[in-house]
Design a protein around this ligand. Structure first.
Ligand SMILES: [Zn+2]
Length: 273
């Protein structure tokens, strides 16, 4: 099968702890996890639908896990040329600046933060050193939205962008899982040039027309395709996406072209070009 899709939202764990990690995430969301959560299983699942590249990450729920997870993701990236690695960080970590430097040296090209798992609000002052270290250098992939919590509300992203105008954010789950009304209503959020969305764990929960409206209102060139593996299997996520009434040009942008351009820009910046 011809491979052309970039899956811009996946999670991997070391094989020996994958089962436990995956079932605890499933418990958090009350959703059965369908896949196993380690690199080989991810590649097998993605290959079935023609995925070419995978943005992989993992979240540190305590400061103590940060360096080990970053080293693990970096190791997986060097073993699997199809991986694009994002590091983790935690507001309670001692040497944020030093670890962000190390992230760039070990081949990772962004930072993934999950405020609801990590229990900090996106605009908490304690998280600011992360944004200071990342601004103009590394994009931050935020889990955004969850009606049950207020840590990852979309409006908090706008607040930090006021203080860090050169920060690039990928706001996962079409800008705010289970808070899509706020995504649409929030002034300055849709269409914000510093904000990218991904389609993971979102389009299967809302009406296809609502998804298309959000994607177009935000700007198709700022949307990536993603599965949230191991929450979802690739075939089902693709089926849901294909129900959206988008043009072939729009689909190609979301499947691949936007990601190629975006990752290329990040790498050029890191190389000092
Ligand atoms: Zn995620």
């Amino acid at each position: 099968m011809e491979k052309f899709i970039y899956d811009m939202h996946t999670h991997i764990f070391p094989q020996k702890i994958a089962e436990k990690a995956v079932s605890s995430i499933g418990g958090f969301y009350g959703i059965p996890m369908v896949k196993k959560g380690f690199s080989e299983d991810l590649i097998e699942s993605g290959s079935e639908i023609g995925v070419d590249k995978y943005l992989v990450c993992s979240t540190a729920t305590t400061p103590l896990q940060v360096t080990a997870i970053n080293s693990f993701v970096s190791g997986e990236v060097s073993r699997h040329p199809e991986f694009i690695g994002f590091g983790t960080m935690h507001p309670g970590f001692d040497d944020i600046c030093g670890e962000v430097d190390r992230i760039t040296k070990i081949g990772l090209v962004g930072i993934k933060l999950h405020p609801d798992f990590q229990k900090f609000a996106i605009d908490d002052r304690e998280a600011y050193p992360i944004y200071e270290a990342a601004e103009g250098r590394l994009p931050i992939l935020f889990h955004t939205g969850d009606k049950r919590y207020s840590y990852s509300n979309p409006e908090r992203v706008l607040k930090i962008l006021k203080d860090f105008p050169k920060l690039t954010c990928i706001c996962a789950h079409l800008g705010g899982y289970s808070e899509w009304e706020s995504v649409v209503a929030l002034k300055g959020y849709l269409g914000n040039p510093n904000i990218y969305f991904d389609t993971s764990s979102s389009i299967r929960f809302i009406d296809p027309k609502e998804s298309v409206d959000i994607i177009r209102a935000h700007g198709v060139e700022h949307v990536f395709w993603g599965t949230d593996y191991p929450m979802q299997n690739h075939t089902a996520e693709l089926e849901d996406f294909m129900k959206l009434d988008l043009t072939d040009t729009e689909r190609n942008m979301i499947f691949r072209e936007n990601a190629v351009r975006f990752i290329g820009e990040v790498k050029a910046k890191l190389a000092g070009k």
